[in-house]
Design a protein around this ligand. Structure first.
Ligand SMILES: [Zn+2]
Ligand SMILES: [Zn+2]
Length: 255
């Protein structure tokens, strides 16, 4: 499968990247299937550098903070009002309970049907896997102030694990274990951000990947514009035995 970093700026869009959005593509039934993990603010624009929005096959939202879901509202506009013709099929949108209502509430003046004519909202549950084209996705409940999930995505014999927003927690072991690539929230900086239950630092992310075992690549993400990414990388490198990668907007990785 191929992973494209559409947006990796933590908590809000930064000067060099939108907020969280990761595009996964893999061959499926004679074509390419496209799944995005999160659609944070600003990401819908950047996503169009990588595909036609009508080619999108599924969306999975880790949680309902705006930096992970708000551009679903723009995607709704493209599905409903495209002058070249509205999309006939409903796009599956996987998310926590209440996703449909939250997205409708974000769109001033929408009718009582909300976005249900454009999207097929499907509620995710802890450790209940779902199939999206060639991808088998397992959401794991993680540690954040709201209901939030990490996604373990399997495609053939390859695994990409995305932490979503979380502090280090027990769920990260089954989430990360044996993953070919881990995308880990590293918004916090050791010595500056010691609050528990919100985000990891580079060192906490690296320790979680070490503890999970078998992780091949560690990539830090969700780094806010106010951080020096090299500080996050150095804090992770003190724990992680291999190269610590930083997610780069618009970069594509073959996994
Ligand atoms: Zn976030
Ligand atoms: Zn969050």
């Amino acid at each position: 499968m191929r992973l494209t970093i559409v947006g990796c700026s933590g908590s809000f869009a930064g000067p060099a990247s939108p907020a969280s959005c990761y595009l996964l593509r893999a061959p499926w039934q004679g074509r390419e299937f496209s799944l995005v993990l999160d659609l944070g603010n600003g990401s819908l624009g950047a996503l169009q550098r990588h595909l036609e929005l009508g080619e999108l096959d599924a969306v999975a939202l880790s949680h309902l903070h705006p930096d992970h879901c708000l551009d679903v509202t723009g995607l709704y506009v493209t599905r409903k009002y495209d002058p070249s013709g509205a999309q006939s099929e409903k796009l599956p949108v996987y998310g926590p309970a209440g996703t449909a209502e939250r997205m409708a509430a974000a769109y001033e003046g929408i009718g009582p049907e909300g976005m249900t004519n454009e999207f097929d909202f499907r509620t995710i549950e802890d450790r209940v896997s779902f199939e999206a084209g060639p991808f088998r996705v397992t959401p794991l409940l993680v540690w954040h102030p709201v209901e939030a999930y990490g996604f373990r995505v399997e495609c053939g014999d390859r695994v990409i694990a995305y932490s979503g927003d979380t502090d280090a927690c027990a769920a990260l072991a089954p989430l990360f274990q044996g993953a070919d690539l881990v995308l880990a929230d590293s918004a916090f900086v050791d010595g500056r951000d010691e609050t528990a239950g919100i985000h990891m630092s580079g060192s906490r992310a690296a320790q979680a990947a070490v503890d999970a075992g078998g992780v091949r690549r560690l990539m830090l993400t969700h780094i806010p514009a106010w951080n020096d990414p090299e500080v996050c990388r150095a804090q992770a490198a003190a724990v992680w035995p291999g190269e610590v990668e930083l997610a780069q907007p618009d970069a594509t990785y073959q996994v």
